[in-house]
Structure formats: structure tokens, C-alpha cells
Design a protein around this ligand. Structure first.
Ligand SMILES: Nc1ncnc2c1ncn2[C@@H]1O[C@H](COP(=O)(O)OP(=O)(O)O)[C@@H](O)[C@H]1O
Ligand SMILES: [Mg+2]
Length: 198
């Protein structure tokens, strides 16, 4: 951190929020592969767009084929993956956006780190709590079958751990509630956080 002199901008976060007429938030979806993170994030983003919120969706598979394509699925790779998403999320929150992110993010310490990077008040954790058996039945991408066959290593829930969030802002049991109801619940819960008070 030596010899670095961050510049002072004339346009700051509060001015951008005024212009965008919203308050930023990082909505962090965590859960097993196939739990429903992407499905819910996509639907919630569409609902926010319809209500004129400015959003951006960061999704595991997209980021892993771009920004983080140099990283592996080892523990080290997963930790660095999430750290970078946290930093990107911080920039986007500073830019004033409602950011939705959908990553397995299996480790509590990494989620805590994101919360610290982006700031506690800017972080909203959604635990997509779907039992492993259901995720495995869905097997959206055929990866559970491959993991059971030993063709995919370090697969969360099979041979890599998932640490359940200890205090999520909301928990969604997708085996008990429809996609539509879950998204409705989510929107109602975050609405006051992203709406500007005049
Ligand atoms: N209530 C629900 N919420 C979210 N997804 C659901 C629900 N019920 C069934 N699903 C299905 O579960 C699958 C979840 O896949 P996906 O969203 O890709 O998971 P992830 O992004 O967590 O890996 C989708 O095929 C979705 O249609
Ligand atoms: Mg996904």
C-alpha cells in the first residue's frame, strides 16, 4: 500500500444516489448448487427493473468465465473468487446500483469478509436453503451425477463443505415456497432498504 494516493472525486456516492433516486445494496444469494440462487436472482432483478431500480446481476458461472477464469475450485480458489466478487460488489454499490450476486459462497468467513468489504449496512444475505437431496434430484447442470461419479472434484455438498449461514437476513426454503412467492417476499423485505427517503 506504499506510494498510493487515492484521488478525491467531485462526484460522490451520495450525489450518484440522488441522481439514480435509489439506495444501493448488495443482495448476496448463498446456497448449494441447484438450490435456486440464479433463478431467484434473475426473477428479483426483473421485478426491480420493472419498478425502475438500476440493478446489476453478478452470477457465478459468468464471473468464472471472465474476471475469475484464472481461479480453480480448490479452497484457495474459492476464497479468492469470493474476495474479488466482494470488491466488485463494493465498486458497484459505490456506483449506486442494487447488486444481486449468486454464488455458492460456501464458507462463513468469506461471506463475513464480503460483508466487511462492502459495509454491513450495504449487505443483505439471502440463504437459499434447499436440502441437498432436492438439489441433487434437480441436478440442473448434471454436476451432482458427475461429482458422485468422481468426475468433478471439490463439489460443494459432496466432497467439499457448505457452511450454513448463521444469521442470514432472509432464508428461503425453495422446497416449500414457489418461485413467485419467494421473489415477492424478497422484494417486500428489501424495498425499504433500496428506496430513497425524501
Ligand atoms: N422455489 C424455487 N425457487 C428457486 N428455484 C426453484 C424453485 N422450485 C424449483 N426450482 C428450480 O430449481 C432450479 C434451481 O437452479 P439454479 O437457479 O440454477 O440454482 P443455483 O443458481 O443455485 O445453482 C431451477 O431449475 C428452478 O426452476
Ligand atoms: Mg447459479
Amino acid at each position: 500500500m506504499n506510494n498510493l494516493y487515492p484521488i478525491q472525486t467531485k462526484v460522490d456516492a451520495s450525489k450518484r444516489q440522488q441522481l439514480l433516486n435509489q439506495r444501493p445494496l448488495l443482495i448476496w444469494f448463498t446456497g448449494l448448487s441447484g438450490s435456486g440462487k440464479s433463478t431467484l436472482a434473475v426473477q428479483l432483478e426483473a421485478m426491480l427493473y420493472d419498478r425502475s431500480y438500476k440493478t446489476y446481476l453478478l452470477d457465478g458461472d459468468n464471473i468464472r468465465t471472465g474476471l475469475n477464469k484464472d481461479l480453480t475450485f480448490t479452497e484457495e480458489g474459492r476464497v479468492e473468487n469470493i474476495r474479488r466478487i466482494g470488491e466488485v460488489g463494493k465498486l458497484m454499490v459505490d456506483a449506486g446500483l442494487v447488486v444481486l450476486s449468486a454464488f455458492i459462497s460456501p464458507f462463513e468467513a468469506d461471506r463475513q469478509q464480503v460483508r466487511n468489504i462492502v459495509g454491513r449496512q450495504n449487505y443483505f444475505e439471502v440463504f437459499v436453503d434447499t436440502p441437498l437431496e432436492i438439489c441433487e434430484q434437480r441436478d440442473v447442470k448434471g454436476l451432482y451425477r458427475k461429482a458422485r461419479a468422481g468426475e468433478v472434484k471439490n463439489f460443494t455438498g459432496i466432497d467439499s463443505p457448505y457452511e450454513r449461514p448463521s444469521a442470514p437476513d432472509i432464508r428461503i426454503e425453495t422446497d416449500k415456497i414457489s418461485i413467485e412467492d419467494a421473489v415477492e417476499n424478497l422484494f417486500r423485505t428489501i424495498e425499504s432498504r433500496i428506496t430513497r427517503k425524501h
